[in-house]
Write a protein that binds this ligand. Structure first.
Ligand code: FMN
Length: 413
């Protein structure tokens, strides 16, 4: 019986342990977590979600405070179109986050950044261009294009000197999404270096509708693999979503996957950005405590714990401080939902908004407990203390368990 360590992921001249720790937005996949994955010979991800906000926490910068001061006059206004990001400051924040991570990198692995197209920031193309290019300038090893079709993303960076040197990948949830991406990017004369195939059991936003349960990762991966073969395209495929044990990973590797992308098992590690009290909620959850809902203003379904404080919270939209999900016209679905409830309950001190959430605020505060489908199995990956609390793991422990375990076993700490 094989283990993950019997396989290698080849990306250019790199030979890696075929384990990619997926990007987890707003600093759940921290620099520390990505650095551990790289030190151990795999691929780690930082995320470019709300980087100015993350920078404030990490480096004591004042991007959020300064932006709020600039746009304070607009806080009570429901029209948020004036709230713009300063491109110079956005580049600066991204550069600092990426460069400091890359400087700390040790070991043979790689560090990529997860770049979400749905982070439209009131100027989708311009802000995406700045984020991609700043990450390349700051020495990132690779970029995983996420949360969107990214039909124009290669074009935004094709004239960058590192366009052919940085590893570029895309996350898709269907063959059709991949076909569209390849068609639209063909003009740049560059194929992606890898494709992450994300199935319906993943955490974060899903690339499926509310009928997600009708889809299956192995089937989608096999379909994409067969199509690539007929097109004679040699692009490494990296399935993701619900790969919980080393044996699950081996099954995909034996079927031809180049690596696996995993995340949920790392949410309960010291290096993960989630506060420990939140991690305990992940441990104690049962299958019934997890849902896929539509409260994300991005329009994508999202999986999370039903006990997330973000659900139903009616906080005033914080776009002057954050505003990462404002679309090209300065709208966000949460603003509409909030205004509707305020109009319906003019005298209420606190309102509830059930159908959407202020995702910027709640992801920033770790109050939207997004998670993978198998979160309810995390309790089986550690020990419980006499006080009832579960032992937080090290990223190294989880990584090595994926790398070396056999027979569906999970090593306890
Ligand atoms: C807490 C959490 C946050 C996530 N955030 C993001 C994100 O910001 N961008 C993204 O592309 N994927 C995100 N994901 C998806 C993961 O990167 C990964 O592809 C997926 O969760 C793998 O499945 P697994 O969690 O079952 O191992 C997130 C997953 C989790 C668990």
């Amino acid at each position: 019986m094989k283990c993950v360590d019997d396989f290698r992921l080849r990306l250019g001249q790199h030979e890696l342990v075929p384990i990619m720790v997926g990007g987890m937005g707003v600093d759940i996949s921290t620099a520390e977590l990505s650095l551990e994955a790289a030190r151990l010979g795999g691929v780690g991800h930082i995320s470019d979600a709300m980087v100015p906000t993350v920078s404030d926490r990490r480096f004591k910068t004042k991007y959020v405070k300064d932006k709020l001061r600039q746009y304070k006059f607009n806080v009570a206004n429901s029209d948020k179109s004036v709230v713009q990001f300063n491109m110079g400051l956005l580049a600066e924040a991204t550069t600092r986050h990426v460069a400091s991570t890359m400087e700390a990198k040790r070991g043979p692995g790689l560090i990529f950044i997860n770049c979400m197209e749905k982070l439209t920031m009131n100027a989708p193309k311009e802000t995406l261009r700045v984020r991609l290019r700043a990450a390349m300038d700051a020495g990132i090893d690779g970029i995983t294009l996420a949360a969107g079709l990214h039909l124009g993303s290669f074009a935004l960076i094709e004239d960058h000197p590192r366009f052919r040197d940085v590893k570029l990948g895309i996350i898709v949830s269907s063959l059709r999404a991949l076909q569209l991406f390849l068609k639209k990017s063909a003009r740049t004369g560059r194929l992606p270096d890898y494709v992450v195939v994300e199935g319906p059991l993943a955490g974060g936003h899903l690339g499926f509708g509310m009928d997600w349960a009708e889809y299956d990762l192995a089937t989608i991966t096999a379909e994409i693999q067969a199509w690539l073969k007929t097109e004679q395209l040699d692009i490494p495929l990296i399935p993701a979503g619900g790969i919980f044990t080393g044996t699950d990973a081996v099954n995909f590797l034996e079927a031809g996957a180049a690596a696996v992308q995993v995340a949920t098992r790392f949410t309960v590690t010291h290096e993960c950005g989630l506060p420990e009290d939140v991690q305990q909620h992940y441990f104690t959850s049962d299958e019934d405590d997890i849902e896929v809902n539509q409260i994300s203003p991005t329009g994508y379904p999202m999986r999370m714990l039903k006990s997330s404080p973000a659900i139903g919270d009616g906080i005033r939209p914080n776009c002057e401080a954050y505003g990462y999900l404002l679309d090209a016209k300065g709208n966000c679905q949460y603003i509409d939902a909030y205004n509707r409830e305020v109009a319906l309950h003019p005298d209420a001190k606190r309102i509830k908004v059930m159908d959407k959430t202020c995702l910027c605020t709640h992801m920033r505060n770790f109050d939207c407990w997004t998670c993978g489908h198998y979160t309810y199995r995390l309790k089986d990956t550690t020990r419980q203390g006499d006080d009832g609390r579960y032992q937080i793991l090290t990223a190294e422990h989880v990584f090595k368990d994926y790398q070396f375990s056999k027979d569906n076993t999970i090593a306890l700490p």
